[in-house]
Design a protein around this ligand. Structure first.
Ligand code: SF4
Length: 114
C-alpha cells in the first residue's frame, strides 16, 4: 500500500493506493484524487520549472518550464540539459528553447518575453 497526499487541490486528502489491487485508490474526496493517486503510483510525472542562461538581455537568466509534465525519473537529467542550454535575446514567451527534451516529445519553453 502506497500512501500519498493529493496535491491536485489545497484540501490535501491522504490517499492510499493499493498496488496489489489494480492500484485502487481510497482516501480521496473526489475523482480527481483517484486519478492523481493512480497516475502517481503507475507513472509519476512533473512539470519542471527552471531558468536558462540568456545573452543579449538585461538579465542573465530566462525563466522556462516544460510545456507539459515529463516522467519524474527524468527530472535530474532534464535539469542537466537545461543547465547546459544558453539562448540569445530576443526570446518570446512560449518559444521553445529546447525541443523534444530527452526524447520525451516535450519542449522546454520560455515563460516570458526577454
Ligand atoms: S482528492 Fe479531490 S478533494 Fe481531495 S485533495 Fe485531491 S482533488 Fe482535492
Amino acid at each position: 500500500m502506497k500512501e500519498l497526499i493529493c496535491i491536485v487541490c489545497p484540501r490535501g486528502c491522504h490517499l492510499q493506493v493499493d498496488e496489489d489491487n489494480g492500484f485502487a485508490v481510497t482516501g480521496n474526496s473526489c475523482p480527481r484524487g483517484a486519478e492523481y493517486g493512480r497516475n502517481e503510483a503507475v507513472h509519476p510525472v512533473r512539470t519542471l520549472t527552471s531558468t536558462v542562461r540568456i545573452e543579449g538581455a538585461p538579465i542573465t537568466r530566462l525563466p522556462v518550464r516544460t510545456a507539459s509534465a515529463i516522467p519524474k525519473a527524468l527530472l535530474f537529467d532534464a535539469m542537466n540539459e537545461i543547465n547546459r542550454t544558453s539562448v540569445h535575446a530576443p526570446v518570446k514567451r512560449g518559444q521553445a528553447v529546447i525541443k523534444d527534451l530527452l526524447g520525451t516529445g516535450v519542449d522546454v519553453i520560455a515563460t516570458r518575453d526577454l
